[in-house]
Write a protein that binds this ligand. Structure first.
Ligand code: SDX
Length: 384
C-alpha cells in the first residue's frame, strides 16, 4: 500500500490564490491598503463598501452617487416579498433559521435580477450593489414577519446601518446605535480567503454567476465554526449565565470553563485559523460594545463583565484569544437585536467582500480544482 502524499488538513497555511482586496496578517488587517483601525475610526460602511467593490476611496461625488444607487435598490421584487411573507411561520415553527431564509431569498432574487447571467464587470457591479442594498431589507422584512408585523418599508433618508436597524424594529435608531452598527459592518466587511469567500470563489471560478456564489457563501457562513459563531458566542454566554446564576462569580465561571475544557468543547467566539495572538477587530468592537452597555445599564455591563472574565481565563489558561464574533455577540445583544439575526447581519456586511472577490475571480479566472490524497481501499475486482 502506498502512503498518501502529505497535505495540510483544512488547507492550513496553503496559499490558494492572489488578491488585491485584503491582507490578513498577525500584525495587521488591511482592506486595499487601509488598516482596519483607520477605517473603523474614520470611514463609514458605505465608503468601505465602495472601497472594496470599486478598488479606491470614493470622492464626494462618487460617494453620493454610490449611496443614491444603493437607496434606489433597497426595495424588494414581488417574488422575494411573497417568499418573505412565509418566513415568520418557517422560523417560528423551527423548520428554518434566519440564515436559511436569507440564503433562499438571495437565490430567489437571482431569478428576477436582469443581469443574473451576465458576468461582465459592469453587470457584476450592478448586481453587487443590488444585493448590498436589498439584503438589509430581506433581514428587516423577515424579522417583521417573525414578529407577525407588517413589513417596514426602507427609508431613503437613512444610512445603510440606520436603515437596517429601522427596518428590523420600525423605530429610528439613536445616532450611537447607528454608529455601533456601522463600525461592526466595517469590521465584518472582508477577510481574504475565509471559508465563505473561498466558497464563493470556487463557485464562480466555474463561471457560474454572482448570485450562485453569494448563495453558497451564505450557506458556508452559517456554520458555527465560521460566521455562526456570533450567535453561538452569545448562546454560550447565556448558558453560562443560566448555570452560574445572576452574579458574576469568578469561581463558578472558572468551574464552568474547566468542565468545557475537560469535555474538549470549543468555546464559541475564540480562536482563529490565522490570528494566533488575537483578532485585530475584536478589541475595536469590544470597546464600542462595552460603551453601549454602560449607556444601557447594569444587565448589559454584567454581560460584558462576564465576557471579560471568560476571555481572561481563555487567555491565561489556553492562550486562545477572542475573534470578532465574541464581542459581536455581546454588542448586538446590548443593542436588542434578536440572536438569530446576528449572522444574517454579518451577511449584510460581508456581501461586499464576497462580491469584490467574485469580481476579482471573474476578471482573472481559472477553474479552482485541487487534488486530494486517496485513502480508500486498494484496487479490487467487482466479481471477487
Ligand atoms: C470567523 O477565517 C476567517 O477569516 C473567518 C472570520 C472572517 O472574518 O471571515 O474571521 C470569521 O469565522 C471567526 C471564527 C469563528 N469561529 C469560532 O469562534 C468557533 C470556535 N473557534 C474554533 O473552533 C477554532 O478556533 C476555529 C474554527 C476558528 C479555527 O480552527 P482551526 O484553525 O482548525 O484550529 P483548531 O480547531 O485545530 O484548534 C487548534 C487548537 C486545538 O487544540 P489542540 O488539539 O491542538 O490541543 O486550539 C484549540 C483546539 O482545541 N482551540 C480551541 C478553540 N479554538 C481552538 N479550544 C477551545 N475553544 C476554542 N474556541
Amino acid at each position: 500500500m502506498t502512503s498518501a502524499p502529505t497535505h495540510a488538513k483544512g488547507l492550513e497555511g496553503v496559499i490558494a490564490g492572489e488578491t488585491e482586496i485584503c491582507n490578513v496578517e498577525q500584525t495587521s488587517l488591511i482592506y486595499r491598503g487601509y488598516e482596519i483601525a483607520d477605517l473603523a475610526a474614520n470611514a463609514t460602511f458605505e465608503e468601505v463598501a465602495y472601497l472594496l467593490l470599486v478598488g479606491s476611496k470614493p470622492n464626494a461625488d462618487e460617494l453620493a452617487k454610490f449611496k443614491a444607487d444603493l437607496v434606489a435598490e433597497r426595495s424588494l421584487p414581488a417574488p422575494v416579498v411573497e417568499f418573505l411573507k412565509t418566513s415568520g411561520d418557517l422560523v417560528n415553527n423551527q423548520s428554518a433559521v434566519p440564515m436559511d431564509i436569507l440564503r433562499t431569498a438571495v437565490s430567489i432574487q437571482a431569478h428576477v435580477d436582469p443581469d443574473c447571467q451576465d458576468n461582465a464587470p459592469e453587470a457584476n457591479l450592478r448586481k453587487a450593489k443590488r444585493l448590498l442594498a436589498k439584503i438589509p431589507t430581506i433581514i428587516g422584512h423577515m424579522q417583521n414577519s417573525i414578529e407577525g408585523k407588517d413589513f417596514v418599508a426602507p427609508r431613503d433618508d437613512l444610512s445603510h446601518s440606520a436603515n437596517l436597524l429601522y427596518m428590523m424594529t420600525g423605530s429610528e435608531p439613536t445616532p450611537e446605535a447607528e454608529k455601533v452598527m456601522d463600525v461592526s459592518l466595517v469590521l465584518y466587511a472582508e477577510h481574504d480567503y475565509n471559508a465563505s469567500t473561498f466558497t464563493s470563489r470556487v463557485i464562480t471560478g466555474t463561471l457560474a454567476d454572482m448570485h450562485g456564489g453569494v448563495t453558497g457563501a451564505i450557506a458556508a457562513l452559517k456554520g458555527k465554526l465560521h460566521g455562526g459563531a456570533n450567535e453561538a458566542a452569545m448562546d454560550m454566554l447565556s448558558d453560562i449565565r443560566n448555570d452560574i446564576g445572576p452574579e458574576n462569580d469568578t469561581a463558578k465561571i472558572t468551574e464552568w470553563m474547566h468542565k468545557a475544557f475537560a469535555e474538549k468543547r470549543k468555546l464559541m467566539g475564540f480562536g482563529h485559523r490565522v490570528y494566533k495572538n488575537g483578532d485585530h477587530r475584536a478589541p475595536i468592537l469590544h470597546a464600542l460594545g462595552r460603551k453601549a452597555a454602560e449607556a444601557r445599564g447594569e444587565e448589559f455591563v454584567k454581560l460584558f463583565d462576564l465576557g471579560e472574565t471568560v476571555q481572561k481565563i481563555m487567555e491565561d489558561e489556553k492562550t486562545i484569544y477572542p475573534n470578532v464574533d465574541f464581542p459581536c455577540g455581546m454588542t448586538y445583544f446590548t443593542m436588542g437585536i434578536p440572536v438569530p439575526q446576528y449572522t444574517p447581519i454579518f451577511v449584510a456586511s460581508r456581501i461586499t467582500g464576497w462580491a469584490a472577490h467574485i469580481m476579482e475571480q471573474h476578471a482573472n479566472n481559472r477553474l479552482i480544482r485541487p487534488r486530494v490524497a486517496y485513502t480508500g481501499p486498494a484496487l479490487r475486482n467487482w466479481n471477487d
